[in-house]
Design a protein around this ligand. Structure first.
Ligand SMILES: [Zn+2]
Length: 286
């Protein structure tokens, strides 16, 4: 997970900018009439997100054509996003683009390697339509993380995926992602979570949930597989020039450099695993 600074857009301004794109007078009135509820929900979201309590917000299980808030249906609330924020000709599209551009170097904050292409609703609008255009709930994400994530909604603190806007400190600073080398030909990498012992039990469970919800184990293994193919040629050349013992030294340098950038990237975990693997350093890379 990579941390992002929470957007400083005022939720009310974003909501009203979306309404500015609506042409149906009846809908405009009905959307304006629930402004107080939308603002209240936004404040509640922010407070609960900071306290890791988003799972306590009740799901809205009504059907799309049923009233979700005031006189506005669930479908109409969802469309505030799909028809009045995403559509390029609408005034709120600038906000959409701005939120999308917040990801550092365009990297998806959920997985750390995918390219951001879309905004993900951390709490899905299908069950939380009141947050369909809430900036805090819109996280830039890659398509795999947005569409491939486990859609089960967390009902406990432990099951909550990490929130890039609100879950910073320990999840970024402390290492919890590790890997092991499978002694296969060619070598493959197995990724796993091992949270620091001093963490509280909820935080330990949450990184595991995040890892599972975004299917990171297999996705990281695929990325690592590609990287090992490239690394093989580098190590062969290095071995020929500086001797077989230089392989581990080079990997150590690479691992330390990667860890300085991101302590929980698949690349850091992979390189660390390679360094401690006698099998790999003694020729497993061939
Ligand atoms: Zn991603």
């Amino acid at each position: 997970m990579r941390a992002l600074t929470a957007p400083n857009y005022d939720p009310l301004t974003v909501y009203q900018t979306c309404i500015n794109g609506v042409t149906d007078d009846s809908l405009i009135d009905r959307l304006n009439n629930i402004t107080d509820e939308i603002v209240f929900a936004a404040k509640d979201y922010e407070q609960k997100a900071k306290a890791q309590l988003l799972y306590t917000i009740p799901k809205n299980n009504c059907k799309n054509n049923e009233i979700a808030l005031g006189k506005v249906t669930k479908e109409e609330l969802k469309e505030v996003y799909t028809s009045y924020m995403v559509v390029s000709s609408k005034p709120a599209r600038d906000i959409y683009d701005s939120l999308l551009s917040q990801a550092h170097l365009g990297k998806c904050p959920y997985c750390g390697f995918g390219q951001t292409r879309t905004l993900d609703h951390y709490l899905p609008k299908a069950k939380y339509p009141q947050f369909s255009v809430l900036p805090f709930n819109l996280v830039p994400s890659c398509r795999d993380c947005n569409t491939g994530k486990n859609t089960a909604i967390a009902t406990t603190a432990e099951a909550q995926s990490l929130h890039p806007y609100f879950d910073h400190q320990i999840f970024i600073n402390d290492q919890w992602l590790y890997a092991k080398v499978n002694e296969t030909k060619p070598a493959t990498i197995y990724f796993f979570v091992k949270a620091p012992k001093q963490w509280d039990e909820i935080s330990k469970a949450r990184v595991q949930a995040h890892f599972c919800n975004f299917n990171l184990s297999s996705r990281y293994s695929v990325e690592a597989g590609d990287a090992l193919v490239s690394l093989r040629d580098v190590l062969i050349s290095y071995c020929q020039s500086f001797g077989s013992k230089s392989v581990r030294d080079l990997l150590k340098i690479e691992a330390n450099s990667s860890a300085k950038q991101h302590s929980n990237s698949w690349k850091t975990a992979m390189l660390q695993a390679l360094v401690v693997s006698d099998w790999y350093c003694d020729g497993g890379f061939l």
